[in-house]
Design a protein around this ligand. Structure first.
Ligand code: BES
Ligand code: MN
Ligand code: ZN
Length: 498
């Protein structure tokens, strides 16, 4: 994790300097002064290298003037904060092997400067816990980035908010990256307890508690595993200022409620998955990981809002005690479910947690996140998460927030009860079955199943199976766990702050 600092605009005397360059080699203020002090060497180099300052372009100059290295970073025409974040990401990636660097960020608003810092911080994330023998020359070294700005104090105060979000993202990425032998339901819940210091209220339900509540659907998934299940409830009561939230006994009022699928490993159960790629199923808890990081972000930046996060934590394993295809269980809602495929387990977990969430908290809006179906990857690839909703306004707000932070959502159809997609789930012997008739529209029938456990509250389901983990580096996400959804839902929540 890199340390971010701010300082007054001035020309550094030596070291490594990153210089954002606007479209058409546009050098402003201090950057132009720097070029002049180097006898126009920067302009000359840009022209010789046909460097135009387009977003994503970069040009390295070594041993120039008093500087060991000057990085000219294409900024394009940064109109949105997202573009400023991308610029920060580009700089962090290019300078990964430097210990520290200065970014000359003259000509940017304080919000843009903080966005550059956020982009750099997110892009520089790395999970190092299990590396013990990496060669020094292969190690990323970037520890400290100093941004020189016209209003450093203002930029720093904007950064405080952004840093809380960055910490939320990093918390999520850490959870999602952990292997399943380390991160099982009890360990996940244990790590949530660490968020209490941010002022979050945390409750953890163990197997006995869930049995008492009657979570027959979630427990059916857990019963084949040696690891016991958990459900955790995280409350942030910030709507009327944090002091009020700390008062014992205040209940969340019209909260935003977020629900996450937390399958710490999905082997498929008795409907066992093929061996190839099964290791990916350690990140089948990404929905829950995202809810956890989101709640950390909201608490960390003291959002003036009431929000509740709920995560259903289980491991899906085959064994002598595992659920069999054909078993019928009773869910917390009272509905009976015929489990025809034990690999369609995420929806079984969510059915109980969604029902509990709406019954206990009467959400203003309820949003769930889940790596729910392989079919959403077939449909949308790794560009968009699937968005399913019973409420057009909610869907529009989410899509808009996603667009702004670059975590894009594509709306998918959701039918009303009794319509064709929904009827796919009618069971011959129980109230509902956990898979549709065939492979067709697998992501839609999964969403339809969830809707059967949503009691008319405004609700959206985000199928993030294609977005939670990246095979290659992105602008703000090194390959691996992306924490897709944390920033999207943080921005969405800002729309409700008092
Ligand atoms: N966790 C998987 C979905 C998944 C697949 C996530 C690939 C990320 C990458 C989910 O539990 C699952 O197994 N879904 C089945 C549903 C089917 C049995 C109806 C699927 O998508 O094949
Ligand atoms: Mn599965
Ligand atoms: Zn799964």
């Amino acid at each position: 994790m890199i340390e971010i600092a701010f300082g007054k605009l001035s020309l550094p005397k030596d070291g490594v300097v990153a210089l954002p360059v606007g479209e058409d080699q546009d050098l402003t203020g201090e950057a132009a002064a720097l070029d002049a002090s180097l006898g126009g060497a920067l302009t000359q180099a840009m022209t010789a290298a046909e460097f135009k300052g387009k977003a994503g372009q970069s040009l390295n100059l070594y041993g120039i003037g008093p500087f060991r290295r000057v990085l000219l970073a294409g900024a394009g025409k940064p109109e949105t904060l997202r573009q400023a974040e991308t610029l920060g990401g580009t700089i962090a990636a290019a300078l990964a092997k430097e210990a520290e660097a200065v970014i000359i960020a003259g000509g940017y608003t304080s919000g843009q400067v903080a966005a550059i810092a956020l982009g750099a911080r997110l892009r520089a994330y790395r999970f190092n816990k299990y590396r013990t023998a990496e060669k020094p020359e292969d190690k990323p070294k970037l520890k400290k980035l100093k941004l020189l700005a016209s209003l450093p104090k203002e930029a720093e105060s904007e950064w405080k908010t952004a840093a809380a979000v960055a910490e939320g993202v990093e918390f999520t990425r850490g959870l999602v990256t952990e292997p399943a032998n380390v991160l099982y339901p009890a360990e996940f819940a244990e790590r949530l307890e660490g968020l209490k210091k941010l002022g979050l209220k945390i409750e953890v339900f163990d197997r006995k508690d869930l049995e008492k509540l009657g979570f027959g659907s979630l427990l059916a998934v857990a019963q084949g595993s040696a690891r016991e299940p958990r459900m955790a409830v995280l409350q942030w009561l910030g709507a009327s200022g944090q002091e009020d939230g700390k008062k014992e006994g205040r209940k969340p009022k019209d909260p935003l409620v977020f629900v996450g699928k937390g399958v710490t490993f999905d082997s498929g159960g008795i409907s066992l998955k093929p061996a190839a790629g099964m290791e990916d199923m350690k990140w089948d808890m990404a929905g829950a990981g995202t809810v956890a990081g989101l709640m950390a972000a909201l608490a960390g930046r003291k959002a003036r809002i009431d929000a509740v996060g709920l995560v259903g934590l289980v491991e899906n394993m085959p064994s002598g005690s595992a659920t069999r295809p054909g078993d019928v269980v009773k869910s917390y809602s009272g509905k009976t479910i015929e489990i025809l495929n034990t690999d369609a387990e995420g929806r079984l977990v969510l059915a109980d947690v969604l029902y509990y969430a709406q019954q206990r908290f009467s959400p203003k809006y309820m949003v769930d996140l889940a790596t729910l179906t392989g079919a959403i990857i077939v449909g949308l690839g790794h560009e968009y998460a699937g968005l399913f909703s019973n409420h057009d306004e909610l869907a529009a707000k989410l899509a808009e927030a996603g667009e702004a932070v670059g975590e894009k959502l594509w709306r998918m159809p959701l039918a009303k009860p009794g319509e064709a997609y929904d009827k796919e789930l009618d069971s011959a012997i129980a109230d509902v079955k956990n898979i549709g008739g065939g492979r067709a529209a697998g992501s839609v029938t999964a969403a339809q199943f969830l809707q059967r456990f949503v009691n008319g509250v405004p609700w959206a389901h985000l199928d993030i199976a294609g977005m939670a983990w990246a095979a290659k580096d992105g602008e703000l996400t090194p390959k691996g766990a992306t924490a897709f959804g944390v920033r999207l839902l943080d921005l969405f929540a800002r729309g409700f702050e008092s």
